[in-house]
Design a protein around this ligand. Structure first.
Ligand code: PMV
Length: 349
């Protein structure tokens, strides 16, 4: 049942702006392949980041004419605007009141635009936190289910965004296919894990994640992959709870290479790693094994490398980056990040 303009005014009072910041995340076991509408073909688990996040300010005014305008880093962005407008129209099928407003979004990322880091997870999470808070204020969503709804809505915009609604380690598909769930009781040896993101190439990827998910659904090994990934997610959760770095390293690394192996063995095949990615992985493996460092790499759907490391290994990892890795990086760029605590509401003065 839709609510009247008077009810909207009553419920919102003078509130006309909401703002959230939401983090990006790095998948340890990857979501790759989807069915129906944004339902993952397998479960996944990620670590929420701390320094890579999107800030979103949403201004809104009750209006008979639904409209959206958007600025990304103070500039208009037509393709993002189209995506957000379509997204709100989709969520409005369940919550028609969302069409009773004119919106202005202002978003910005803390990580460089050209770092080759996907921003869809953090931006969809931040935008949907604002929209879901509006729904709570309008009594359309119960406050106690706020993050669950925000995650379900974010998922519909970008699958991996469903995991950016919580801090620490978050699964999607192990607990629910519709929203992410935080994993509790993680061993202290994985808490505050570091993530050094080595930028090898910041260019636009040859094949987008959406296309990659689609190609995975016709991959000859899809069924084996989906059941193996479900088992790996369970195993990864056990490892994180047990604090078992000896098992973490091979599982994390073989999963990253499996993701890229699936890209290379599909039809049509594609390769997202670059020669420098391989050179760095070789250097890293040799250094890590010779020095017994609690550090492991993973890759997203792109050429850049995430080095995840135990918080006590920071000095050794920084020495590896500065002495060995730096000359292989694009403009010597890397992002110094770590496990984060999840989204934060921003109070607008
Ligand atoms: O959320 P999407 O559609 O951009 O897909 C993300 C896919 C991977 O980043 C490769 C893996 C993941 O689980 O985040």
């Amino acid at each position: 049942m839709s609510i009247s303009n008077n009810q909207i005014i009553d419920r919102l009072g003078s509130c006309n702006t909401l703002s959230w910041k939401a983090p990006s995340n790095i998948a340890l076991i990857k979501y790759w392949g989807k069915k129906d509408f944004q339902i993952p073909a397998n479960s996944s688990i990620s670590m929420t980041l701390n320094n890579c996040y999107t800030n979103c300010i949403m201004e809104f005014i009750a209006s008979d004419n639904f409209s959206v305008s958007l600025e990304f880093e103070n500039k208009s962005d037509d393709s993002f605007l189209k995506k957000v407008t379509k997204h709100i129209s989709r969520i409005a099928k369940d919550f028609p009141v969302l069409k009773s407003f004119s919106y202005t979004f202002k978003t910005s990322n803390t990580f460089p635009h050209s770092a080759g880091i996907a921003s869809s997870a953090s931006s969809m999470a931040a935008i949907n936190l604002c929209l879901t808070e509006l729904l709570v204020k309008l009594d359309e969503v119960p406050n106690e289910d706020f993050f669950r709804f925000a995650s379900d809505h974010a998922r519909q915009g970008s699958g991996s965004a469903s995991r950016s609604l919580y801090g620490g380690f978050v699964d999607w598909g192990a607990t629910s296919n519709d929203y992410g769930s935080v994993q509790d009781n993680i061993h202290e040896d994985f808490i505050d894990m570091g993530d050094a993101v080595l930028i090898v190439d910041s260019g636009v990827k040859e094949v987008s994640s959406s296309k990659g998910h689609q190609l995975m659904m016709s991959h000859p090994q899809r069924e084996e992959r989906f059941s193996a990934a479900n088992a790996k997610t369970k195993k990864m959760i056990e490892i994180l709870k047990d604090g078992d770095w000896n098992s973490f390293i091979p599982l994390l690394e073989s999963e990253a290479l499996e993701l890229h192996g699936l890209m290379m063995s599909g039809t049509p095949w594609f390769i997202l790693m670059k020669p420098e990615t391989l050179a760095l992985l070789d250097l890293f493996k040799k250094w890590r094994n010779e020095n017994s460092v609690r550090a492991a790499f993973t890759l997203d759907a792109g050429p850049n490398i995430h080095l995840l490391y135990h918080k006590d290994e920071r000095d050794r990892v920084l020495a590896f980056i500065n002495e060995q890795a730096i000359s292989h990086l694009e403009n010597e760029q890397w992002i110094d990040d770590k496990m984060g605590m999840g989204p934060e509401k921003v109070i607008i003065q």
